[in-house]
Each structure stands twice: as C-alpha cells, then as structure tokens.
Ligand binder design. Sequence first.
Ligand SMILES: Cc1cc2nc3c(=O)[nH]c(=O)nc-3n(C[C@H](O)[C@H](O)[C@H](O)COP(=O)(O)OP(=O)(O)OC[C@H]3O[C@@H](n4cnc5c(N)ncnc54)[C@H](O)[C@@H]3O)c2cc1C
Ligand SMILES: Cc1cc2nc3c(=O)[nH]c(=O)nc-3n(C[C@H](O)[C@H](O)[C@H](O)COP(=O)(O)O)c2cc1C
Ligand code: SF4
Length: 619
Amino acid sequence: MIALKNQFIFAPIKTGYGDGSGVITEKHLAFYKRRSRYLGAVIPEPLYLHRNLRELPTQVGIDKNNKIEGLKKLVGTIHSSGTKAVAHLNHPGRMANPKIAGNYFASSTHRSCENGGATPKKMNREDMDKAVDQFVKGAKRAKKAGFDILELQFGHGYLLAQFISSFVNDRADEFGGSFENRIRFPMEILQAVKDSVDLPLIVRLSGDEMIPDGIKLPEMIDLSKRLETIGVKGIHVSAGTVCSTPPWFFQHMFIPKGKTWEMAAEIKKEIDIPVIFVGQINSFEDIEKLKKEYSADYMAIGRALVADPDFVGKYFSEVEGPVRPCLACVEGCLGGVKSGKGLHCLINPEVGREEETFERSKQPKNYAVIGGGLAGMQAAITLKKRGHEVDLYEKDSLGGQFIYAPLTPHKKTMSRLIPYFLEELENNEVNVISKEAVKSDINLKYDGVILATGSEPDVPSIQGLTKFYWAEILLENNLPKNKKVLIIGGGLIGVDIATALIPRNNKVIIVKRTTDFGEDMEAIAKNLSLKMMKEKGTIFSDYTHIQKIEGQTVYAQRKGKDIRFDHIDVIVVSTSMKSYNPLEGELKGEIPIYVIGDAEKVGNAQDAIRDGYETAKAL
Ligand SMILES: Cc1cc2nc3c(=O)[nH]c(=O)nc-3n(C[C@H](O)[C@H](O)[C@H](O)COP(=O)(O)OP(=O)(O)OC[C@H]3O[C@@H](n4cnc5c(N)ncnc54)[C@H](O)[C@@H]3O)c2cc1C
Ligand SMILES: Cc1cc2nc3c(=O)[nH]c(=O)nc-3n(C[C@H](O)[C@H](O)[C@H](O)COP(=O)(O)O)c2cc1C
Ligand code: SF4
C-alpha cells in the first residue's frame, strides 16, 4: 500500500446522500470533510459502475465521465487534510436493488438470494466481458478523479463473492466447482483493472461468510497469497454477506466483537502485504488491543466515525472531550439509509447535517429543562453549548427509560450511551436539580421551559390486572428464574424483555393484539430476537385480546375464540407507551413552552435525541 499519514481508514459506508443523479452533492462533501482530518485514508461510499446496478437510488456513481468533476471535488476535500482517497468499486450482481426501476441482476447462478431479491441471469461470457469493462472504465475514471488507491470488492456477497462462494456459485463451467475455477472471474477482473490503471490496488474480502458451504478462511488465506503474488497492495478483511448474514456484514451489536479481527490476523500471518482490520472498532481499548495483540497494519473504522467524526482525533489527543460512542445498533445509520432519509445516527444528531453551522446564541437566556431522559439531556447540553443558562430537573435517574435498554443480553453496547451524556452534562456545567419539577419551580427567572417528561406505559384496563411488571423486570433483582411469564404487548419492549427472560429458563408467552411482533424494532435486532425466541420455544399468540385475570389463569379472545393461559407466575405489561406531560396544561400561557421527545410524541432514542438537539439549537 502507499504511505498513509497514520493507520486509520474510514470504511466504505453507503450514505444515501445523493440526489438521484449519481453525482457528488454538497452533503457528501460536508460529510467527508468532517471525517477526513485525522485519518490516513477515506474510502467513500461504494461507487456504482452502471446506473442499473445501483444498491440505492441515491448512490454515487462512477459509470460515466459526468461523475468525474464531483469526484474530483470529493478527492480534493479528502486531500485537503493530507488524507488519501480510496475508490471502492463494486458490482452488486444479484444484490442490485430490485426496487430500482431498470436495475438488472447478474450472477454466477440463476438463484436469487434466499432472503429475497430479484432472480438473476446466470452470466455468460458476454455478460462477464461487460462486467470487466465496467470495472476497467470505473477504475480509469477513479484515476482521472485523482483517487490514490483502488479497492475492489471481493466480499460481502456481491458479484465477485457470488463467484467465489461455493454456497452461491453452482456453475459447471470453468468458473464454477473448484476454488481455482471460482476465483477465475474475480482474478480476471482484477488483472484487467491492474493492466489498465496505474494505481495501487487493495481487495476487500469476507474472511468467512458465516454460512455453511460459504466462503471460509482457509480459501481466503489462499486467495490473499495469490493476490499478494500478483501485486495487490493490501487485504481488507471483513465478514458476512449482504444476502445471508447481514449482522456480520454490518457488525451488528448482536454479534460478538473481534471475530473479524481474528480472521484478519490469520491472513496476516500468511502474507507480507498490509492487512486492514475492521469491525466494531469503537473504543480506544479496541485500538490498543489491535495494535498490541494483532500488530494490525491498518484499521478501517466505519460507524465509530459516523457517531463521532473526531474519534481518531480524540485518540491522538488532538481533540478534547469524551468519545461519542457508537453503539453498533445500526438504528440511525443503516436504518436511515434503508428508510431513504440517508445516513443518520442514533447518538449523533448532527450526522447528515454537516453543512449546517452551529452558532452561539446572540441573546443568551435562562431555560428550565424538565426531565433528564435522552431528550432532556441532549436539549440541556445543546442549550449550554449555545451559551444559555440551564437548570435540568430530573426526579428519578438521568437517562430516563433508556436505562433499561442495555439490560437485555445483546444490547450491552447501549450501556455506553448514558455515561456519555453524564460526562457531557458535567463538561458543559449543566446545573442538574434532582427533584420532581412542579409548577411553582418554574418561576420568573426562566425565559422558557422545555418539557421532556417522557412517556409512561399505557396500561390497558383488564379485570384482575393488579400485580404486574413493566421494563423494571429487567433489573437484576427483579428478573425471575424458572417461571411461566405472560408478556402482554409484543413491541420492542415486550420482545426485549422476552430475550432477557429466556436465558433464565423462564417459559415465555407473548401476546399481541395484531401480528407483527417487534414491529417498532430495528430490522436485524428484530429478526435475531424473534429467531432466538422461536428456537427457545416462546409461544407467540397474535390477534389476542386479554379479557380478565383470575389467580394464575388469564382469559383471552383470539380471532373470536375464547382461549386461556394457565399457571401464569408473572405478568408483564408492555403494551404501548403514552406521552407523560402534565405540566404543559399547568404552565400554558405563563411562559414559552417547548415539548420534546416522548412527551411530545412517543418515539425512540434517536427521535428523542434529535428533538432535544433541534429544539435547543433553534432557541
Ligand atoms: C426496555 C427498553 C428498551 C428500549 N430499547 C430501545 C432501543 O433499542 N432503541 C431505541 O431507540 N429506543 C429504545 N427504547 C426507547 C427509548 O428509551 C425512549 O424512546 C427514549 O429514551 C425516550 O426519551 P425521552 O427523554 O423522551 O423520555 P424518558 O426516557 O421517558 O425520560 C423522561 C424523564 O423525565 C423525568 N421526569 C418526568 N416528569 C418529571 C418532572 N416533573 N420533574 C423531573 N423529572 C421528570 C422522568 O423521570 C424521566 O427520567 C427502549 C425503551 C425501553 C423501556
Ligand atoms: C449503513 C452502512 C452501509 C454500509 N455499506 C457498505 C457497502 O456498501 N459496502 C461495504 O463493503 N461495506 C459497507 N458497510 C460495512 C462497513 O464498511 C464496515 O465494514 C462495517 O460497518 C463494520 O465496521 P464498523 O463496525 O467500524 O462500522 C456498511 C455499513 C453500514 C453501517
Ligand atoms: S446509529 Fe448506532 S451503529 Fe450507527 S453509527 Fe450511530 S450509534 Fe453507531
């Protein structure tokens, strides 16, 4: 690889910030500018090779010469920090987005991804030549745009991996069967690019696709050696596939940290060219571990730099303040991209609005913020940063209901969120008042009040429902063992509670008035939680309306039929939440009022934080 100013690289992440033309926008430039400064290299989002091979309608392209000018600007922005720019070229094959009109689907097989997607055409020689040509032309344009390095995508279940993986590739010709045959087409593409463009090449691959019969490490070690022999300058080792194992591809909080590092380390032992480690590198401890235990040559960091663009700057002590920690939740980033809103972040409300300026107020005022949940804490911090005076009232625990979120087995990474806010409250000298704010507290000294009093469970009126838990059952002292538990309400909170009860050998029944269990959950967390619940024998009772409770028997109606649940030891009520906002009525007309977060409209953590930020920024 060429010399970089340090070993940190921004990993390729689709942003969804385009305007549909494939040309770089001001939003891209602002996003990457904010992230380039402390890094050795930036790999901007994957560049499409043909308009009809897009993964997102808003993706950036390198398919035509009209894209070069914008890409030059992008490269210039990255270079202005002394940082190298890497063009990531990928052909999605059968994983092109089936919802984009005009897209076509080509692969080593005629079979679609088992989790959905279009049926691809099994590529013939002509199709393969077309793909080679697309890569070569894309690479030439990358050179013209000033990129320093090219990265070719051999992994993540995209076209070239669809050839390499024996799980996908079912060909009987010279491109299928043996390992030699399966890598033939990817190697052909690489050679063609290498012969046409004088730029250092690196290859991204999946060390393991994490599926039976998929790509495994021994073959990737063999491939890496061959790549080294033909002059590739670095190997970037990720895992998983976009089709079969998205939790590994996206390194979701539900999968263990460090597996990809072990794969990279195994490859590193066998080759002399640099290896790029990636996957949930989101704390200084991770960086130290990768340096000390694995002697990592380079580290690609994705979401930790989305959540905190200064993560590496803080590691180098060039920027002060606590790291805004990535939770590996993918709620804001992947969630934002999939929803069409573009890349956002649960913890960082500034993601996607890097073009906006943040100014101190010209007329500092004095505000009361009532409620120290995520919305209130974010509002108080932002108000302080803008130069206002703030009293933050909290009657219970700072963090509000989010204190329960990390208490489920796979969401432990979320425990970093509240401590970050507490540190920020202290650093910004927010005056925290530990009491329940009442009308008389909101006196003349305040110019305005922000009501962030959150939400409370909307407990249905059910005859005999007297003793029950809500999310507080997640607290260590409350969690039952070996009991039969009925959870009334199958949304995020109900499903989270179920996943915490199951490992304690509880028998779980979860009921819902409709059928979409976990409907408000992030998709990967939902799929993995429901899968685990099904595997562990959870009873799902949909379209179920609880009628009454008598002793340990719960009577219900399901699709017009009477049903009952016997011998229930514990009842959890996790039906919907309702805004809790009694002060608004009491204070109306007396002082300017701003209602935020769940108090305004029940949402999620990202909504609460964004609302707190936006409201405070506008004051
Ligand atoms: C088990 C569980 C898991 C969850 N998991 C996720 C998840 O994975 N992802 C996600 O996005 N969201 C999750 N959530 C939802 C998320 O926690 C909420 O959407 C978010 O925390 C709402 O924040 P808020 O500040 O608006 O309200 P709240 O968190 O309800 O905070 C309101 C605060 O105001 C205080 N307060 C109220 N009245 C007064 C008063 N008069 N004076 C002083 N203080 C007062 C309360 O004590 C409370 O601390 C989860 C929630 C639970 C319960
Ligand atoms: C929203 C999102 C989009 C991504 N898009 C791509 C992609 O198009 N191609 C790719 O190779 N990796 C993609 N990735 C994976 C990242 O490059 C990286 O490997 C992954 O996020 C793990 O690194 P991290 O834990 O540092 O974020 C994406 C990740 C996210 C969160
Ligand atoms: S949304 Fe979650 S996973 Fe994505 S960058 Fe933000 S904190 Fe990290």
